[in-house]
Design a protein around this ligand. Sequence first.
Ligand SMILES: [Zn+2]
Length: 72
Amino acid sequence: MYYVKIKCPKCKETAELASDFTFVKCDHCNLDISYGEYVKYVAHNDVTYSDILGDYATSTEGQTDGTLDEWN
Ligand SMILES: [Zn+2]
């Protein structure tokens, strides 16, 4: 078995994922969780991140429309 370097979802340092997907470990913050927990952790963070991106896209869209109007 080997370990795959991944980004720790907790401290953003380098964590290790077991090649058989049984667990994720991080020496930096002592993270030691199952892969299932890891996926949930990342999925939760992604939802939060998507919300932020969604808000950004909406405000940018308004600006783009204004620019296009000026061009017309
Ligand atoms: Zn960590």
